[in-house]
Design a protein around this ligand. Structure first.
Ligand code: TPP
Ligand code: SF4
Length: 301
């Protein structure tokens, strides 16, 4: 069965009238993940673009065909844990799932997420990483990468974008020793789908999926290039696709001959200004992360 046929056989859990920007691949990732997770799912969508596009509802209309709730920016995981525990108590096995941005996961909601991971709460936490607080005006987050333009890391004579590197959230989550952690990309849908299926089957703790998503509006590129951009991200080794399962690391997309990082960076406005020096710093960061990941995967074999 082709991926298209497989997906067509699952019901879309997101209601009509969602107002994401044209070509938003975060919305695509959310729809796909919820299609795989199915009707026996309760979803938490904190403030951010996906809440903002009304997946959480509008006026008296719900935005999804499954129960959805709207936690605060900083308590998604703990609120979801409470909901999961309630269902466990009444004897119902439901998928308790968060679909949250990098701001809600790496920054404001990190404490709640780390706590749920450490306690072994049986929830699925999906972070969509569009490298910033996009819904409130494209501010930087700890997931924004070095050199990026954002509205709080401007570009001009005195400032040249963000001055620090991106926080390595997938590795941080794996370091919690959770049963399942994976990175994914909408440019590699069969891989993303397989990972959501795996997360659905985890019953002994927290499953964390980190989806690298781009943002046409905030990153500055034509909306039809959304998938090309994230594919370039993977193919330049900027967005490594791997998983951590039962204590072992596995590289799922081995990029043997990476495309030029400069090509990836210059394909959007947020990096158009970066200097050769910043590109070299980014290249060093990417190479170091990749080598480290390869070592983790090799020693896991
Ligand atoms: C404690 C708190 N601070 C600030 C806000 C305002 N706020 C709403 S959405 C948002 C951005 C969330 O960013 P992210 O989680 O990365 O999602 P994205 O907007 O990129 O989809 C912010 C700062 C808030 N809701 N709560
Ligand atoms: S601002 Fe970016 S992440 Fe938000 S809906 Fe638009 S394209 Fe999607």
């Amino acid at each position: 069965m082709s991926i298209a046929e497989k997906m067509a056989s699952y019901e879309d859990m997101v209601g009509p009238g969602i107002t994401a920007c044209l070509g938003c691949n975060v919305e695509l990732s959310m729809r796909t993940a919820l299609q795989i997770l199915g009707p026996n799912t309760i979803v938490a969508v904190p403030p951010g673009c996906m809440g903002g596009v009304q997946s959480v509802g509008w006026a008296d209309k719900t935005g999804m065909k499954i129960p959805v709730f709207f936690p605060l920016l900083d308590n998604t995981a703990s609120m979801l844990t409470g909901i999961k525990k309630y269902y466990e108590r009444i004897g119902r096995d439901v998928n308790a799932v968060a679909f949250a941005g990098d701001g809600a996961s790496l920054d404001a909601g990190f404490q709640a997420l780390s706590g749920a991971a450490e306690r072994g709460d049986n929830i699925i936490y999906i972070c969509y990483d569009n490298e910033g607080y996009m819904n409130t005006g494209f501010q930087r987050s700890s997931s924004t990468s070095l050199g990026s333009w954002t509205s709080t890391t401007p570009v001009g004579t005195k400032s040249h974008g963000k001055t620090s590197h991106k926080k390595d959230m997938p590795l941080i989550m794996a370091a919690h020793g959770i049963p399942y952690m994976a990175t994914a990309s909408p440019a590699y849908m069969p891989d993303l789908i397989k990972k959501i299926e795996k997360a659905k089957n985890v019953k002994n703790g927290l499953a964390y999926i980190h989806i690298y998503n781009s943002c046409a509006t905030g990153w500055g590129y034509e909306s039809e290039k959304s998938i090309d951009i994230v594919r370039k991200g993977v193919q330049s080794r900027f967005m490594p696709i791997y998983e951590f399962e039962n204590g072992k690391y596995k590289l799922n997309i081995d990029v043997k001959n990476p495309i030029s990082l400069k090509d990836y960076l210059y394909s959007m406005k947020k990096y158009k200004h970066v200097s050769e020096e910043q590109i070299a710093q980014l290249q060093e960061y990417v190479d170091e992360k990749w080598d480290n990941l390869k070592k983790l995967c090799d020693t896991s074999e």
